[in-house]
Design a protein around this ligand. Structure first.
Ligand code: SF4
Length: 413
């Protein structure tokens, strides 16, 4: 395996998550069409959105204190953005383009970026009020790494009507080639998150036909996921974050009290079986989401092995000590111990024959995706790689058909 970040884009993406980057005064990010650094979405990332060599979209930490002493510095030279490591150029980056709709308002007068923003190339929407762990009295029960309660009402609008979300989805589809929208909620008393999301999902599927994902706590009634599958939802994701039960309790006190780790695992395992059911023209993926850097790498690897063993795909974030959070003063993880974690992520998915890297035009900036980790492994899976390529063609065709069908039927008087 080539361990030089100049030739290994996955390693560069991982290293940038761990070390962050400084931005030299020569850079003119917004004037050059890049995206403004927004406060974090969904609790884990806030940074500069760039595209690394190899087409790896990345959200690079620039605002946190650890990034101020990063060995990486971004310079602008002759209109290009060149990343330097300890003074030596290592890669030319592209700024993730800021779409024109970022500067527009909905017909109700709200800035479109307060309804949803692009994270890489997909649209992230946090449609409801803040996660209730943040508002508990006398003591909050939020996850210690999370910044959602610091963020809402700053860059996000508190209330987002279905009409407003549809308007932004349409703008992003037409102008940014959007293929996927991801809904995210925190915890609400009474397990109401799916009741809140379903009307949004129904309208988006009917009117646009694009891929839709849902990331919420695990509902106590697992049959609700059969209903989501029927509705045409394409992805469900459960963020249990930490696989070590003792650390889970310490880091995620609200999740531990309300659900417990086992309920998360049960929901992942149950939903992973639903691919065989439901509308055949709608792809279906189940994700278990974890954070690398808050528990020993061996424990994260055990989580990866468990998630893939039930037929789900791990989403592995790198811990980022965000300003203002309970863990703001913690150091970010070191790169080297995380390399085996992301190597295992790729190899476990390939060994189990899971459908990675097949979704059309979806680039994710906040995590290192399993297929992006190919260059962290010396193992080759030629037959599987060919199958994935064919699945990618089929998925593109399927989504194209769904979008055309929805567009035709929503255009009818
Ligand atoms: S459940 Fe935890 S990670 Fe999710 S929004 Fe609430 S506090 Fe943040």
């Amino acid at each position: 395996m080539d361990l030089d970040v100049r030739r290994n884009p996955a390693l560069l993406k991982l290293d940038l998550y761990c070390k962050g980057m400084r931005i030299d005064d020569s850079c003119l990010v917004e004037q050059d069409g890049g995206r403004k650094v927004l406060r974090t979405r969904a609790g884990l990332g806030s940074g500069l959105e760039v595209v690394l060599p190899g087409g790896l979209w990345t959200n690079v930490p620039v605002a946190e204190s650890f990034a101020q002493s990063s060995p990486y510095v971004l310079h602008r030279k002759d209109g290009s953005y060149v990343l330097h490591l300890q003074g030596e150029p290592v890669a030319t980056l592209e700024l993730a383009p800021r779409p024109a709709w970022y500067d527009r308002k909905t017909t109700t007068g709200k800035p479109m970026t307060r309804i949803g923003t692009l994270q890489g190339t997909y649209l992230g929407v946090y449609p409801a009020k803040v996660c209730e762990y943040w508002t508990e009295k006398p003591q909050k029960a939020n996850c210690k790494f999370c910044s959602v309660g610091l963020n809402l009402g700053v860059d996000d609008a508190d209330e987002k009507s279905i009409g407003e979300v549809i308007e932004v989805v349409r703008a992003a589809r037409e102008e940014s080639g959007l293929t996927y929208v991801d809904f995210n909620t925190g915890h609400y008393d009474g397990d109401t998150y799916l009741d809140i999301l379903e009307p949004y999902i129904r309208r988006i599927k009917q009117e646009t036909g694009i891929l839709v994902g849902v990331q919420t706590p695990p509902h106590h009634d697992l049959r609700r996921y059969d209903a989501l599958r029927e509705l045409g939802v394409n992805r469900v994701s459960f963020c249990f974050e930490i696989f070590d039960p003792r650390l889970f309790e310490e880091i995620c006190p609200g999740k531990h009290r309300e659900y417990g780790l086992q309920r998360y695992l049960d929901a992942v395992a149950y939903c992973a079986t639903l691919g065989r059911k439901g509308p055949r023209h709608e792809p279906w993926v189940t994700n278990g989401e974890i954070i690398a850097g808050l528990e020993p790498p061996e424990s994260t690897i055990r989580a990866i092995d468990w998630i893939t063993s039930v037929g789900a795909i791990p989403t592995v974030c790198v811990f980022r000590p965000l300003a203002g959070t309970d863990y703001a003063e913690m150091p970010p993880p070191q790169t080297e111990p995380l390399v085996p974690v992301f190597r295992r992520l790729y190899e476990a998915c390939m060994e189990r024959g899971l459908p990675i890297g097949v979704a059309p035009n979806i680039h994710v900036s906040l995590v290192l995706l399993p297929d992006e980790c190919r260059s962290l492994s010396d193992r080759h899976f030629p037959l599987r790689a060919l199958q994935l390529k064919l699945m990618g063609h089929a998925a593109r065709a399927m989504v194209g058909r769904n979008v055309r069908a929805a567009t035709r039927s929503s255009a009818r008087p």
